[in-house]
Design a protein around this ligand. Sequence first.
Ligand code: 4NP
Length: 149
Amino acid sequence: MVCLGNICRSPLAEGILKAKVKECGLSWSVDSAGTSNWHEGEHPDRRGVAIGLENGVDISHQRARQFQVNDFDKFDLILAMDSSNYHSICSLTANPAQTDKVKIIMNFLSPGKNIAVPDPYYDNRFPQVFEMLTRACEKIIDYYRQDTN
Ligand code: 4NP
């Protein structure tokens, strides 16, 4: 799960998908990162921690990190929160196989529309972000679970 700062959207996406993976008994490895290093080492935004806890998802232990090129080797799927994140990650790819791993997360719900998970850092839209990510993660589980269990 990748956003810009790795303190608002992608930590929630990581927490939500991890919870669903556990619920479904899958053995997927889930992590998150930011395209920037602006918040490296920080814990998630307290507004995101709060909306998570209200919904039974504890992300308070997470720490921000910057996306690294070796993440292309470590992960099968790299989910960007918006088109800007998508292009930043794609600019780091070394071959078409790496580019194929990068997707815009909301395209699992609305294929080809490139809908952004809105950045809630300035406008507080954490409940909307939580709801969008929950629906997207449910779809992702449905889409891949047959392949992996
Ligand atoms: P995120 O949100 O990319 O969802 O973690 C942001 C966090 C911090 C900033 C921008 C977006 N910032 O400008 O510091």
